[in-house]
Design a protein around this ligand. Sequence first.
Ligand SMILES: *Cc1c(COP(=O)(O)O)cnc(C)c1O
Length: 390
Amino acid sequence: MIPFVDLKSQYAMIQSDVETAVLSVLRGGQYIQGPEVLELEGRLSAFTGTRHAVSCASGTDALVIALMALGVGAGDAVFVPTFTFMATAEAVALVGAVPIFVDIDPDTFNIDPVALSHTIRALRDCDGASAALPRLSKAELRELTPRAVIAVDLFGLPADYSRINDLAEAEGLVVIEDAAQSFGASVNGKRAGALAPIACTSFFPAKPLGCYGDGGAIFTDDDDLAEKFRSIRVHGQGHDRYENVRIGLTGRLDTIQAAVLLQKLKVFEGEFEKRDWAADLYSTLLSEAGVDVEWTRVPIGSRSAWAQYTLKARDREAREALRTKLEDAQVPSVIYYPKPLHLQSAFGALGYTEGDFPHSEDCCSRVFSLPMHPYLTPEVVQQVVMAMRP
Ligand SMILES: *Cc1c(COP(=O)(O)O)cnc(C)c1O
């Protein structure tokens, strides 16, 4: 079986450096906030071009900490795409705010700025006629204060921040970039992590930059926010360890994971190029073989981190047929995501229904992702495409 994400080949390449680095943490004894954590934060901030990179325990914690630092909580509304991983909207609910779902642009899979503007207007007018809103009473909707937008760089491709940031500024909302899948991606040379006033990423093993456990980071140029992130990360700590100035959590990145990430960062640029090369080869070969699918077209000036290589089949049945062919050829494929968040029972209390976000629902019924990682060979890419040949 071809691996969907090949972490073993990567480990074989960096094994001795990683083992030396981890052993040095074990022998050094600074398991919490050791020197590797500070070194990593410096390298991450240099890499993304942001003044601050604050490491934390996971991508979900990164989002929660960002929202907490903004003071987002009960009575607040945060706009999020419905076609994304659970954590994007879960973080909003975790701080007690209400996620307001928004449809996507089917060409990029990312939040549609036009739909976003309609949804913001609908919420301000407490009128779900022009865009679907939670089925709360008018009085309940009126109580909600719009505070922020979390745009997701889905599958590694940055969202349309030039329009999202402008719109949010005009509406007095803060933009948070969910860059969990897009570390390394860029728009006109500006890296993911630096595309909005606050960005969050994840170092879950299968993400573009992954550790060997859970981890995450928050990026910003704002000194005050960065200080809040650092405080919330450790129980709302003040200047002194036993002074608590706000409510926080245990949200630190382990020193061992920081040591792993320092080694992985060294090979990251090369891996990023190899993913990009594999994505190019996939689309060339798919087109040559006449496979009836659509692939993501990366907008001019953008580069995707290709966290996933995602295709759209003609319809649900065509997807099943293609996935059966792949399975017969021992090629794994995965559906990210089979159900949009507005239809998940976890958000059932919001009362959204089928038909609320047609593009997202349509994508859920047709998308599937192929093996994608930096250790794909031309032969394997060829084999995957040939398995789907008509
Ligand atoms: C993975 C992911 C997260 C959460 O990251 P964890 O480190 O698993 O908590 C958030 N948003 C998106 C879009 C993700 O893909």
